[in-house]
Design a protein around this ligand. Sequence first.
Ligand SMILES: N[C@@H](CCC(=O)N[C@@H](CS)C(=O)NCC(=O)O)C(=O)O
Length: 306
Amino acid sequence: MSDLILHHYDFSNFAEKVRLALGFKGLAWQSVIIPPIAPKPDLVPLTGGYRRTPVLQAGADLYCDTRLIVRELERRAPSPTLFPPAQSATADAIAYWAENRLMRPITLYVSGMNLDHLPAGLQADRSVMRGLPPPDEATMRRAALRNAPLVRAQIPAIESMLSDGREWIAGPAPCVADLAVYHPLWFFTARTDRLAHELAPYPFIAAWMARIRAFGHGVSTPMAPERALEIARNAQPLAPEPSTPWPEDPPLGSDVRIRADDYGRDVVNGELVHAGTDEIAVRRKDPRVGTVVVHFPRLGYDLRAA
Ligand SMILES: N[C@@H](CCC(=O)N[C@@H](CS)C(=O)NCC(=O)O)C(=O)O
């Protein structure tokens, strides 16, 4: 049985990025479905408070944020690679743009146009997650209309990247940037086809999306959430990778808190066991899961002394 457990739900676009990475690498994995809105009583004991989706678990190690999750999959299954070295700088820049500049307008546009398809309580939950008051339907509709032009100003850039006939977005080989640009576009039609017309004028995008869809999702087996907790409880975390801390970092072994620097800023407390250029990790204890190590990417997370 694969020891990879993905905590996710079907319409999460960031989860779709990881499902496709699992498919690209031909991996088997266990699928734990988590609630799309808080509370997440069987996830938070594992992560220590992080509630965003998805989370990857392997035994007593938890990997938060797709930036790190995809790298961890690469470390465990290097071939085929999602990080061809010649493309890595371009890929990182493209992925950053797609997930931080393109994604939000798409979310606001798609959600506001599909109010009749949103799960109950979703919008209120997302507002709390961002520290905002819950919007009423008219506000969401206005946000959708404001964001439609911002979406339309950016999608042609994707068509243009592909229009020299290349198969993949950052060069001759598929890489993590393909997944990072794909999942915001996937979100357009994840619930309904209502906005499919927005992508219709772009033949290069359509062909490229079909190539990525063909990666599939690997081989997944459903797992009950309690079983994932039990697996963590019965496992020991991996020995932390050697650290290369910066002088500004809190000392290794000290109590720290980590949280996302954008939204869903729930604090995770623990003992700093790894500080590297790209990753930070804390060890923590929970009555339901014993000792676990929770890993985060360096970029996008705030690390400070507790
Ligand atoms: N930077 C994060 C963003 C993850 C994210 O925003 N996921 C959305 C779902 S697509 C989320 O967490 N929504 C709130 C939730 O699921 O509780 C990542 O790459 O994993």
